[in-house]
Design a protein around this ligand. Structure first.
Ligand SMILES: Nc1ncnc2c1ncn2[C@@H]1O[C@H](COP(=O)(O)OP(=O)(O)O)[C@@H](O)[C@H]1O
Ligand SMILES: CC(C)(COP(=O)(O)O)[C@@H](O)C(=O)NCCC(=O)O
Length: 538
């Protein structure tokens, strides 16, 4: 891990390259950049802080309008006071541009000010339902994102996915924006390469509840790989270089299949609710397992254990019961396993077919869901006889949108040749992680599910209280802290009670200990202050 939780505010630039001044404005300045974990439900992927980014150069947005979801990437400049401003070499040109924008009523946050240029801001990743395209339009309008460029005519926005074609007229009519259509596969690959190269901890494996980050930013090691994008449907793309790829396969059994069938069978409409439901389910109530067929035994000759799924939903026919007799949670889990396993298997077969060793899974279907990732990982491990591991991406759903965003500004300092052509793209700097919660780590590994938003933090604490609160902190990894404050003892107990492997070596690391204590203090002041030993069972 490149940064400890306690190291917030001390960004480093492992790439080490200085910022490059580029008057043409075609640079995405990654120097000193860092990524944050999700803090907002509306932002399903970590935002990216770009402290040195010239806000004026990057005032554009990009869209990926898929069969189910609209993904939007946009940059929000920091308020001027957050970052010192620097003299700009092209200040007078900008000043003129700003003057004309002010005349057009462009929001002040997008302006360069006087003879200085505002730096610093954040890349955001948000999503909307494609069937509610007006939500996306309203969001863009409310934030004034369609006016950032301040052009007097129609603003042009890079857009990919089928909806870039389907909804082009609506965007023009309602926002006065022209969608510039970019090829979906090309954007997927471009965005994926960007995340893999720029973010140290973008790719990870997830097996047996353990997340292990996989370094991907050493160029020599990255290609070839298979990108399996699980959106509404599934695309499998062989990637052999920066812009070299071939879509080698696909499947109509994808995220839309899961959502559609789950809706029909459980009446749930909300995707997150479907996933939540699956966590409480038992798929063996509907799936026929090898053990059901083999009298509880493994079929070891062909490597199948008794609890391997022999036939998804295969048990239902002999039960001859109405749908209302089934627990929606069991159905949801069986569906999740069925779709995920099938995709994992297809991915493996394609990797073999093209002699590829690395498989990355993207697309919003994955949604960081542990069962989905476990199932895909199992399929890849099983079929590859342990030789391969599935890899997942933290910006899983935003590959295409990021790729479209990068069509405006490449990821590199352009460094034009004398002929004006751009040099081959490579990443100048890498992002530093700033985990503020979730993604706890031990020995270079992040273990257990990441706790990613405020709701989860709160329920984390509630879970602690529900489990009896403080008992005695004389056991578990935090035992040595037993003599500390009530909150310290709470933390020691919490580490013990709640998925011990999630917290790893917390009690052995002072910074981490202080960090988690601070989180606890911030999140539960009332519990900390009002809990008497009797109330919490001491
Ligand atoms: N909030 C959500 N609403 C609907 N579907 C979601 C949501 N989150 C994840 N999904 C899943 O993600 C799939 C869409 O993934 P995505 O990569 O956005 O594909 P597309 O580009 O086809 O819209 C859906 O079919 C569903 O399985
Ligand atoms: C047509 C699509 C590329 C559209 O992308 P999506 O909106 O699903 O992300 C995708 O749904 C797909 O690859 N479907 C599978 C088609 C097939 O190869 O059978």
């Amino acid at each position: 891990m490149s940064s400890l939780p306690g190291e917030q505010g001390s960004p480093v630039d492992p790439g080490g390259s200085p910022p490059v001044s580029d008057p043409s404005g075609s640079t995405l300045d990654l120097t000193g950049a860092s990524i944050r974990e999700v803090v907002d439900r509306q932002e399903p992927a970590p935002s990216i802080e770009l402290p040195n980014q010239d806000a004026d150069y990057i005032s554009h947005i990009a869209l990926d309008i898929g069969g189910t979801l609209i993904k939007l990437v946009y940059f929000s400049p920091d308020p001027p006071s957050d970052h010192p401003t620097r003299e700009s070499p092209t200040a007078n040109i900008r000043a003129a541009a700003v003057a004309s924008r002010i005349a057009e009523g462009i929001p002040a946050t997008h302006q360069t000010v006087g003879s200085t240029i505002s730096r610093g801001g954040r890349l955001h990743f948000v999503k909307f339902e494609s069937s509610r395209v007006e939500d996306a339009i309203q969001f863009i309008e409310a934030k004034g994102l369609h006016r950032c460029k301040g052009s007097s005519g129609h603003m042009r926005v890079k857009a990919t996915g089928g909806g870039a074609h389907k909804y082009s007229e609506i965007f023009k009519e309602k926002l006065g924006v022209l969608l510039e259509k970019e090829d979906e596969m090309m954007c997927l690959v471009r965005g994926c390469n960007f995340f893999l190269k720029a973010i140290t901890h973008e790719a990870f494996t997830f097996e047996n509840g353990t997340t292990s980050f996989v370094p991907t930013n050493e160029e020599g090691d990255l290609y070839p790989y298979l990108l399996v994008n699980i959106g509404s449907g599934v695309s499998m793309v062989k990637v052999t270089g920066e812009n070299q790829f071939e879509r080698v396969s696909g499947s109509s059994l994808g995220g839309g299949t899961f959502s559609g069938l789950c809706h029909l069978l459980t009446q749930r409409k909300d995707f997150d609710e479907m996933l939540e439901l699956s966590m409480q389910g038992d798929n063996s109530k509907v799936d026929m397992l090898v053990g059901d067929i083999y009298g509880g035994r493994d079929y070891s000759n062909i490597g199948l254990s008794a609890n391997t799924i022999a036939s998804s939903f295969g048990k239902v026919i002999s039960q001859d019961a109405p749908l209302s007799d089934y627990d929606p949670a069991d159905i949801s889990m069986a569906l999740c396993r069925m779709v995920s396993y099938n995709i994992g298997q297809l991915a493996y077969l394609n990797a073999i077919r093209y002699n590829i060793k690395r498989i990355f899974f993207g697309g919003f279907f994955i949604r960081g869901h542990p069962y989905t990732m476990e199932t895909i990982s199992y399929a890849i491990r099983f079929w590859s006889k342990g030789e391969m591991a599935a890899m997942f991406l933290r910006h899983e759903g935003f590959l295409g949108a990021m790729g479209a965003f990068l069509k405006v500004h490449p990821m590199t300092p352009p460094g034009r040749t004398s002929a004006g052509a751009q040099q081959p793209q490579k990443v100048r700097a890498r992002f530093v992680e700033r985990f503020s919660m979730g993604a706890p780590f031990a020995g270079g590994e992040v273990v257990g599910p990441a706790i990613s938003d405020l709701q989860e933090k709160v329920s984390w604490v509630e879970k602690f209280v529900a489990q009896g609160g403080l008992r005695s902190a004389s056991h578990g990894p935090g035992a040595s802290r037993a003599a500390g404050t009530l909150l310290e003892r709470a933390l020691a107990e919490l580490i013990f009670l709640y998925e011990p492997n999630t917290f790893g070596d917390v009690s052995r690391n002072e910074d981490e200990w202080a960090y988690w204590l601070k989180i606890l203090e911030d999140q539960i002041p009332t519990i900390g202050e009002t809990s008497s030993p009797r109330q919490v069972g001491l």
